[in-house]
Design a protein around this ligand. Structure first.
Ligand SMILES: Cc1cc2nc3c(=O)[nH]c(=O)nc-3n(C[C@H](O)[C@H](O)[C@H](O)COP(=O)(O)OP(=O)(O)OC[C@H]3O[C@@H](n4cnc5c(N)ncnc54)[C@H](O)[C@@H]3O)c2cc1C
Length: 279
């Protein structure tokens, strides 16, 4: 099978336009598993590994926005420099697979796969990330809320490549937590990102619905307390986490039961919110 190795986004989009049936390859940690199990039989592959412009992230100090190239591997978010700018994405990255997986698995690949269990996705939803998409026609920007359409379904059209992701620098507390069947090397059975961004409460849930879920009622409920001078008390946090659990749409599957998942969301939401108010 032909394997193309473009060295620029422009070249990658040209190859993709000429070979619309081609499949994109980034770190290969999802892609190669599917090929090995015969779930995918690509007729040609566009390997993004040599596209340098996709491999780095930078901070725009004027706008306080972080622009992350699609093939940046999760290990790069583990640095203390990145952690200061985006603690939630840094902490989510640390929970992905093993060091070997994190050295190759990319954030663009997480978006390409678009699993509700993808660890970067609740963070991107909580921070209202923008997804920069490149094709031969040019680039377009899409909100993460419009990008993820369902389990393993995204809004990319044929010939389109995720080029970059932009998120705001943290302006308040933010963190990510997940529950799995063991402590490491595990796909989440429930996850949550909690952020106080620009004094606004945000909470997004993973692995408990067909897409990532933003908990609007829980956010609205806690928002009233955030603007007050005294922090919310434990009863308020409990009600917040109960509302977050109500927003979850979990199912029973081979990883867990719906009942346990909803319970886990309540616990995660409570712990994250308590941590944010130092309770
Ligand atoms: C042992 C193991 C453990 C894992 N643990 C975790 C975990 O804890 N948390 C987690 O979230 N995931 C986990 N994964 C899944 C996987 O590592 C992630 O989803 C990862 O982000 C995929 O990135 P990649 O660069 O390897 O993508 P690839 O496998 O190369 O590609 C994945 C999909 O995205 C598409 N794609 C890649 N790049 C782009 C792009 N720029 N634009 C558009 N489409 C693109 C590909 O065509 C493919 O469909 C694990 C996988 C393995 C094998």
């Amino acid at each position: 099978m032909p394997i193309y190795t473009p060295t620029s986004v422009r070249e990658a989009t040209e190859i993709f336009a000429e070979n619309p049936e081609a499949m994109l390859l980034a770190g290969g940690t999802d892609f190669m598993v599917e090929v090995n199990f015969n779930h995918r039989k690509p007729s040609s592959v566009i390997n993004l590994a040599r596209v340098n412009e996709l491999k780095s992230w930078h901070l725009d100090t004027q706008t306080s926005v972080i622009r992350i190239g699609a093939t940046v591997p999760f290990s790069q978010f583990e640095s203390s420099e990145f952690e200061q700018l985006s603690p939630a994405l840094s902490h989510a990255a640390r929970t992905v697979g093993s060091p070997q997986i994190r050295n190759t698995a990319s954030i663009g690949g997480n978006l390409g796969t678009c699993s509700p269990a993808g660890d970067s996705l609740p963070v991107l939803f909580a921070l209202d990330a923008q997804i920069e998409i490149a094709s031969l026609q040019g680039t377009r920007s899409l909100s993460i809320h419009d990008f993820m359409l369902g389990p393993k379904r995204n809004a990319l059209s044929v010939g389109e490549i995720v080029a970059a992701i932009t998120i705001p620098v943290a302006s308040g507390f933010q963190d990510y937590a997940k529950v799995g069947v063991r402590n490491a090397m595990v796909i989440s059975i429930a996850s949550a990102c909690f952020a106080l961004q620009d004094n606004q409460c945000r909470i997004a849930l993973g692995s408990v619905g067909p897409t990532i879920i933003r908990c609007n009622e829980a956010e609205k409920f806690l928002q009233d307390y955030i603007t007050q001078s005294s922090p919310p008390d434990l009863e308020t946090i409990r009600e917040f986490s109960r509302l977050a659990a109500v927003a979850a749409q979990p199912i029973d599957d081979h990883r867990s039961t719906a009942t346990y998942r909803r319970h886990a969301i309540e616990v995660l939401a409570r712990r994250l919110a308590m941590r944010s108010f130092s309770l």
